[in-house]
Design a protein around this ligand. Structure first.
Ligand code: MN3
Length: 237
């Protein structure tokens, strides 16, 4: 399997190759959309800010545990699943194991991808939406406040652990707010995530306890629409 095929299997497609995000020879700063894979392995991207940089909205201890322990565990799980699937390809494992390992990759790989986005979606100095993203928000939601209300409703309605995701779909060309249960369930296949709001309890419980809605409100203070705009412009090209 060459690199292009491997990326296709991973669902990363040609965007990563064309933009050089995964290549060692990337010419420009990676827009971070797909960071988290290097030299044939998933890797934990370093936090782009200090643990306490998002205070008072998101506390340092939560960020440290969330990144260093929880996110790291998904990276490890995704690598384990990929290794098992490679062995299966090579005939070193019983093909009856495929459902198990594809399920493991769906969970851990999606967890890794969403967390890599989540850290970049936040900033101690959040930027505003670009003109093109703002136009899409206005067109598809009727304005930023309505979009945030829909995303917050989705995030509050997640049963158990999951995410609210703002994405765009190449089939419709438009923006959509969706939920993911765990990391991978309820997927609208093909949707390109742009903003990932983690509502697993590990993302907020130390500071907000059961008050998920308060954490979601606080998230808007650190949501970096400049990062979301870069992702939108790369996806909508
Ligand atoms: Mn999380």
């Amino acid at each position: 399997m060459d690199r292009r095929e491997a990326l296709t299997v991973l669902g990363l497609g040609t965007l990563a190759l064309e933009s050089g995000i995964l290549g060692a020879g990337a010419q420009s700063p990676a827009p971070a959309a797909l960071e988290g894979y290097q030299n044939g392995e998933f890797v934990l991207p370093p936090l782009p800010y200090e643990y306490g940089a998002l205070e008072p909205h998101i506390d340092a201890q939560t960020v440290k545990l969330h990144h260093d322990m929880h996110h790291a565990a998904y990276v490890k799980g995704a690598n384990k699943a990929m290794a098992a699937l490679r062995e299966l390809c090579e005939g070193k494992r019983d093909s009856a194991e495929i459902k198990r390992w594809e399920g493991e990759l769906a969970f851990h790989g999606s967890g890794h991808a969403l967390h890599a986005m989540y850290w970049r979606n936040m900033s101690p100095k959040p930027g505003a939406p670009s003109k093109t993203l703002q136009e899409a928000i206005d067109r598809d939601f009727g304005g930023s406040d309505k979009m945030k209300a829909v995303l917050a409703a989705a995030a509050n309605a997640v049963e158990g652990s999951g995410w609210a995701i703002l994405g765009c779909h190449p089939m419709t060309g438009g923006l959509l707010a969706v939920q993911a249960e765990k990391h991978q369930n309820l997927a609208f296949q093909g949707l390109v995530p742009l903003l990932a709001l983690d509502v697993w309890e590990h993302a907020y419980y130390l500071k907000y306890q059961n008050r998920r809605a308060d954490y979601i409100e606080a998230f808007w203070n650190v949501a970096d629409w400049a990062d979301v705009s870069r992702r939108y412009e790369a996806a909508a090209r």
